[in-house]
Design a protein around this ligand. Structure first.
Ligand code: EPZ
Length: 416
């Protein structure tokens, strides 16, 4: 268990190049299995979840070369259709290998995926997708197995806008000749990036305003993609400035991808100015203001991945904020840890009622998931005194050197 010591009370100044999106990179790596040629991913983030996905693909037989900031994947040698626990258990994103492996090999057996403890995270919607394409599945506490003799195009209505299940549906459909349609699909920027990769490889994909996604499978061949900036990482820096004060220039992120939370930080008092193509300057002076109420929703609503970071900012805001977590059934765990830092947060029925306090106080706290870890780090950087944050390996799953970057911007973080 790794831990760090943070001395709070330092404002942040400087510039940050936002890393490539983790949640775009992972499904695009999986989709490379569908490609009969070479896939080139530019601007991928060198983080633990991507390293784990690389191991997964290599255990299937893929050849992967990392050159400069490019990942080059040749999936032609892939032949394995079974993935054991030792790698799939570490990341939830292993679930998006199901679609490509089923489409290409007509059989896939993977150990139950792992990932953050933010709720039950069942896979029933994924299984309904595969059934619609003509496959059958079985599952126990250790493995998921999906197989088919032949796959056919499908018309699928998603019961929930599940990001992973939509990604599996698109990737499976991309390998099947004929037209499939996905109704009520998720359309997060990360899914748009996946579609951009598949279109570059030759697939026809159209997304309508009512979240209907039409896919016509064609032979997928050589494709390269520029991974877009990670909107949640950009939001993490916005949360840090809102909590600590200061002025940052963020480059490499598209503002339209951040629609769901820009207004939240603006409501707290963060100033934002366009500063060139895919660049913004964010400034914060004084104590954040409370924002009354915010609810997590599928894109373009307020994203669940920003929820604990906004909670940390609200914990020190002037006034009362209510945050309702409507996507996951157990993702308010940061409240318990923030209360150890003198916060005043009450949680009931997936709703957190946050009465902002003048100043948080340093304490010993424990990270329990990726974005919760970022939220506690932000709280510690703004708190009075010293905080000891444990389980910081969560940060490495989704951020490239977050502590080193914050130190470069003026924070005082000592990695033990
Ligand atoms: C993706 O997870 C992201 N992960 C998550 O980011 C993100 O929080 C989530 O989408 C929501 O936006 C990756 O892209 C690797 P879902 P995913 O399927 O696909 C329920 C991070 O911090 N559900 O959209 O697993 C599910 O339990 C991570 O980067 C079912 O009930 O999320 C949840 O309540 C954390 N049955 C809701 O739907 C299913 O079959 C949304 O889940 C599938 C999902």
């Amino acid at each position: 268990m790794s831990s760090i010591e943070i001395e709070g009370g330092h404002r942040l100044y400087g510039e940050v190049q936002v890393q490539g999106s983790k949640n775009a990179t992972l499904p695009i790596m999986a989709a490379a299995l569908l490609n009969s040629g070479i896939s080139i991913l530019k601007n991928y983030p060198d983080i633990e979840d991507v390293r784990q996905m690389k191991l997964l693909l290599e255990s299937l037989g893929c050849r992967i070369i990392l050159e400069d900031d490019q990942m080059i994947i040749d999936s032609q040698p892939a032949a394995e259709t079974v993935l054991e626990q030792d790698v799939t258990g570490k990341i939830r994103a292993s679930s998006v290998l199901l679609g490509p492996m089923l489409a290409r090999f007509h059989h896939v057996k993977i150990a139950q995926p792992g990932g953050c403890r933010i709720g039950k995270r069942p896979l029933d919607i994924h299984m309904n997708v595969f059934k619609a394409f003509g496959a059958s599945w079985s599952m126990d506490e250790n493995f998921i197995e999906v197989e088919c003799t032949r796959l056919h195009p499908a018309q699928i209505r998603m019961s929930k806008r599940s990001v992973g299940a939509t990604e599996n549906a698109i990737m499976t459909a991309a390998y099947i000749k004929g037209r499939s349609r996905i109704f009520n699909g998720a359309v997060e920027p990360e899914i748009i990036a996946l579609c951009d990769y598949l279109k570059a490889a030759g697939t026809f994909i159209q997304i309508d305003d009512d979240n209907t996604i039409t896919v016509e499978g064609r032979e997928c061949s050589h494709a390269s993609i520029d991974i877009p900036g990670d909107r949640i990482v950009a939001g993490t820096y916005m949360g840090a400035v809102t909590a600590c004060g200061g002025r940052l220039k963020l480059s490499g992120v598209r503002l339209q991808d951040c629609r769901g939370f820009l207004n939240v930080f603006a409501g707290m008092g963060m100033q934002l100015k366009n500063d060139g193509i895919e660049a913004v300057t964010i400034t914060m002076d004084g104590r954040p203001s409370a924002i009354n109420m915010v609810e997590t929703e599928p894109y373009p609503g307020f994203p669940t991945d920003m929820q604990s970071i906004v909670m940390a900012c609200a914990a020190m805001a002037s006034g009362r904020t209510v945050i309702k977590e409507k996507i996951f059934d157990n993702r308010l765990g940061a409240a318990v840890q923030l209360n150890r830092m003198n916060a005043n947060i009450h949680v009931r029925d997936n709703t957190a009622c946050i009465n902002g306090v003048e100043r948080l106080k340093g304490a010993a706290v424990m990270a329990q998931d990726l974005r919760g870890a970022a939220a506690l780090l932000i709280a510690a950087m703004s708190a009075e005194g010293v905080t000891y944050l444990n389980n910081t390996e969560y940060l490495d799953r989704g951020y490239v050197d977050l502590c080193g970057t914050f130190n470069r911007l003026g924070a005082r973080i000592h990695e033990k």
